[in-house]
Design a protein. Sequence first.
Length: 290
Amino acid sequence: MQSAIELFKSEFFLNNNLKLYVNRCSENFDAPFHAHDFVEYCYVAEGKGFHHIGEDVIPVHKGMLFVIPIGIPHVFRPSSPNLSVTPLIIYNCLFNAELTSTLSTIIQEQAIRDHLKHLELNEMPYVHVVDHTQQIEEMMIRLYKESSLLDAGSSTMLYTLVSQLVVTTYRQYQQDYKQTHSNTDDFEHVLRYLNHHIHERIRLRDLVHISSWSEKHLGRLFLKHTGQTFGSYLQHLRIQKSCELLKSSQHNVSLIAELVGYRDVDTFHAVFKKITGTTPHMYRKSYTSD
């Protein structure tokens, strides 16, 4: 991941009385790895790709929502450079500490107020939930439309929608947290293990030894938390790592294939093209032709 971190400041986005900004954008490979001095809710509306958050790389798909606290660096990347065919569309809702204070007068539950405060003070990690019921998607679409309209009563409507977004996300987060932490081992530990051992041959049964779960339960957890099977997640993670190496190093393709866990370069080429839509050489060329 990029070493330099840019800071996005709230005055650039929140130059209105609402202290709220909502947009819908198609992600690309140009956006910098960045942190910001505002809280951001990011909803994956279309496509697939990867979300780099701190040291984590998370494959993303439609229905995933991330809450980024103040000061946490992150960036989205599409799964393919062919953005016209496979775009990664994100809804973003961001607000600063001033609006957090306003929301705290609307939201009655102290636990949710504390949650907002923790996000504001960078006292908790990022939040990641999956929108199983499409409630969050509906809220994001309404927020986007209302912020574009700015008709009579829009500020009241927007603050109500943001409050609903915060509460709904918090409920889902708490529910997921209780289910995930019913065991002493954390599924995030499994994902971190894969990230750090990507160069090795890894099978699902190998993960049984680093967790307290059976292969069958691990398979269910991968589907629940990533939206992919174990094999699909691992393939996408290997290809994402290879993309980073193709951009940041001069290693030849066969060495890169080995570094991300492929012992057969032909298999690497086939999987790379299937996921990105292009070859490793063409992918590298697209970043070095300028």
